[in-house]
Design a protein around this ligand. Structure first.
Ligand SMILES: Cc1cc2nc3c(=O)[nH]c(=O)nc-3n(C[C@H](O)[C@H](O)[C@H](O)COP(=O)(O)OP(=O)(O)OC[C@H]3O[C@@H](n4cnc5c(N)ncnc54)[C@H](O)[C@@H]3O)c2cc1C
Length: 211
């Protein structure tokens, strides 16, 4: 049964993929309790559904590494809190280099990762072969092994974030499509949906490639 839309909300989040659900979770966690998330179809029905779900902690910058490490720990914590599974499997990752420039870059990323308590180990060609015997190491000159990296189920991750957000008061409405963002005096004042209007102070545009 379709849920009735509210007449107003402080924040309207457009899109129920992993980004929209994560924003709903984090806003509600930080005390924003008048939030409505609108999804035109079902949660995860956009690109999130197709994602491979690789969870790698090594980022190209310190900020990305910190964010990825935060996400991994959040998924583990939310599994315990919600009782739902994110499908997380920490089976480790190997990143290999076939040039000295790339190896240098990986070494720099390892140093950054260690600053954020991410276990990241430089590995030799022989160690790579022993960790993953199927690999052809002819051109490989070295690499990095991160034991706690892995994979998760993107649908599971999104549902866990959504459940935790709902438990903190966020309102999720599926099968409700936003048709127009309403603006007055250069300010957002609401959204027009296929089920009526919602007045709001803020919108979060999390509609992915449909934005
Ligand atoms: C094959 C594949 C593999 C991938 N693998 C990885 C990976 O291993 N690791 C990784 O980090 N990323 C991966 N990605 C990328 C990742 O899937 C996306 O970056 C991520 O899912 C985007 O999430 P999102 O919430 O921004 O968008 P989406 O999941 O697309 O969510 C947008 C939502 O907005 C809704 N929407 C659109 N218009 C409206 C409207 N007018 N009103 C209401 N709702 C609306 C849509 O229905 C949709 O549900 C992969 C992507 C693909 C396709």
């Amino acid at each position: 049964m379709t849920k009735t839309i509210p007449q107003s909300a402080k924040v309207v989040i457009i899109g129920g993929g992993v980004a929209g659900c994560s924003v709903a979770y984090h806003l509600s966690k930080f005390g924003w309790n008048d939030i409505v998330l609108l999804e035109r179809d079902q949660l995860t029905s956009g690109t999130t559904w197709h994602a491979a779900g690789l969870i790698g902690q090594l980022g190209s910058s310190a900020t990305i590494t910190k964010l990825r490490n935060y996400s991994l720990n959040l998924y583990k914590q939310l599994e315990k809190e919600t009782g739902l599974s994110t499908g997380l499997k920490q089976n480790g990752s190997l990143t290999v280099a076939t040039s000295t420039g790339r190896l240098q870059e990986l070494k720099r990323q390892v140093t950054t990762a260690q600053l954020f308590n991410v276990e990241a180990n430089e590995v030799s060609k022989d160690q790579i072969k022993s960790l993953y015997p199927l690999i052809n190491t002819d051109d490989v000159i070295g690499g990095v092994h991160i034991p706690d990296d892995g994979q998760a189920d993107p649908v599971g991750v999104t549902n866990v974030l959504a459940k935790a957000a709902k438990e903190q008061g966020a309102n999720f409405i599926e099968h409700c499509s936003v048709k127009k963002i309403l603006i007055q005096n250069k300010q957002i004042v609401g959204v027009e949906t296929d089920q009526g209007k919602i007045d709001c102070e803020y919108i979060v545009l999390a509609s992915g490639m449909w934005s």
